[in-house]
Write a protein that binds this ligand. Structure first.
Ligand SMILES: Cc1cc2nc3c(=O)[nH]c(=O)nc-3n(C[C@H](O)[C@H](O)[C@H](O)COP(=O)(O)OP(=O)(O)OC[C@H]3O[C@@H](n4cnc5c(N)ncnc54)[C@H](O)[C@@H]3O)c2cc1C
Length: 386
């Protein structure tokens, strides 16, 4: 067991850190003020740097490195903000991996290189008004006939909804009940019958726009089926990587907050000395450090155990739950340690706290993840309906 990063991993992490700290704070500010995601010129620049395909095969335009390398890069951007890191999240751990693993070669060649260049942004659309935690209740239906799929339904909470160039839509593709009938279809923006609801006004995640998606006889070629009916398990396997990404985005909120607050408590003086000289503050900082390091180790374990395949459900769920919980705690503690300045929008700390909460709902609520963990622990699945 080796807990050291290799020289190459250190170099990649350092390059990502340098770039993110120099260029992304300004992007984060614009996203927060406007509510819009990073602009196309930013995406192209991220693509040129290789940050949008770290763990995608070189044959498809990526760097061909592993999941751990992708997560190392992602944390550096997440420390700046969720919105400015979101394009990396989508490209390195998001729906593009379902396409890399399960789509036809033609569809892979059409989509993946463009994603790596920052010319195409993908979003995943699973949730529906009546299907959140109970995802297998989803009712969007795709009918396959004459080499085409015709989709009808309504999706909800799609991050990137209305702004992305392509959507991986979870849908029923057969009349089989529950998970058995579910597959996923790629739909390009601009396809007739595809429309979007108003942008949601969320507590955080500004710059990660979210909207309902309406599918009204949306017709795409049959080759756009990424996973046919019966492949729900495959989709969830690919989603285990997204869970590690979600955990890393949560970790970034926490480790970014800790980084900034450590500097702050050494500068800010009260009672004639820096805040860090008070033992109560020292203990709080140590507790924050312990949690950040533990979350990081759990995430890295999930990535390394997968040996660049897809992470296991237990490793990814344990990492996600832990990071989701500690990021709320740590960003809250950091706001408190900065006093009125922490609560002010003039500093990024309160934004991190608002964003942190969302990561424990997105990608599966914390308590649902916990039921998955216990299911693996005892070796059986729990039917939530009975
Ligand atoms: C910031 C953000 C981004 C998102 N991005 C996307 C996206 O890009 N694409 C997408 O498809 N969806 C997205 N979602 C939706 C997300 O996946 C769902 O919100 C999530 O799965 C929970 O579903 P729900 O909101 O319907 O809550 P519900 O399913 O109604 O659950 C509400 C609460 O009830 C509890 N609960 C429910 N069932 C159980 C149970 N069996 N056992 C114990 N507790 C239970 C949980 O604590 C849960 O927090 C996003 C959500 C957020 C907040």
């Amino acid at each position: 067991m080796d807990f050291q990063l290799s020289e190459q991993q250190h170099e990649l992490q350092a390059a990502a850190r340098k770039f993110a700290r120099a260029e992304m704070p300004a992007v984060a500010e614009i996203c927060e003020e406007s509510g819009h995601p990073p602009g196309r010129e930013v995406l192209r620049r991220l693509g040129e740097m290789g940050f949008l395909g770290v763990n995608i095969p070189e044959s498809l335009g990526g760097l061909g490195l592993g999941n751990l390398e992708a997560l190392l890069v992602l944390e550096e951007f997440a420390q700046i903000s969720s919105a400015s890191a979101f394009p990396l999240f989508e490209a390195n751990v998001g729906p593009v991996h379902a396409i890399v693993h399960f789509a036809s070669e033609a569809l892979q060649r059409k989509i993946v290189p463009e994603v790596c260049r920052g010319e195409m942004v993908l979003a995943v659309s699973m949730s529906e008004p009546q299907a959140g935690s109970a995802l297998t209740d989803l009712t969007t239906r795709g009918v396959v006939a004459d080499g085409k799929v015709v989709l009808n339904g309504q999706k909800r909470w799609c991050s990137g909804g209305g702004h992305s160039d392509g959507y991986l839509i979870y849908t029923r593709l057969s009349d089989d009940p529950g998970a058995k009938g579910i597959g996923a279809v790629f739909v390009e923006n601009g396809t007739p019958g595809l429309s979007f609801g108003a942008q949601e006004d969320l507590m955080g995640f500004r710059g990660v726009p979210s909207a309902d998606i309406f599918l009204d006889d949306v017709t795409v070629p049959e080759d756009n089926i990424v996973v046919p009916a019966g492949g729900f398990r495959k989709l969830m396997e690919a989603f285990d990587l997204e869970r590690c990404g979600n955990a890393t985005m949560a970790l970034g909120q926490a480790s970014g907050a800790l980084h900034d607050v450590v500097a702050y408590v050494q500068e800010r003086e009260q009672f004639g000395k820096p805040l860090v000289d008070f033992q109560g503050v020292q203990i709080k900082l140590a507790e924050m450090q312990m949690r950040v390091e533990a979350a990081r180790l759990l995430i890295h374990r999930a990535a390394v155990n997968a040996q660049d395949g897809l992470p296991s459900v237990i490793d990814s769920s344990v990492a996600k739950c832990f990071a989701n919980e500690i990021c709320r705690e740590i960003t809250g503690a950091a706001v408190q340690l900065m006093g009125g300045y922490g609560y002010s929008k003039a500093y990024p700390m309160e934004r991190r706290m608002r964003d942190a909460w969302g990561w424990g709902i997105a990608g599966g609520a914390i308590d649902i993840q916990k039921t998955n963990i216990t299911a693996v622990m005892v070796g059986r699945r729990f039917d939530q309906r009975r």
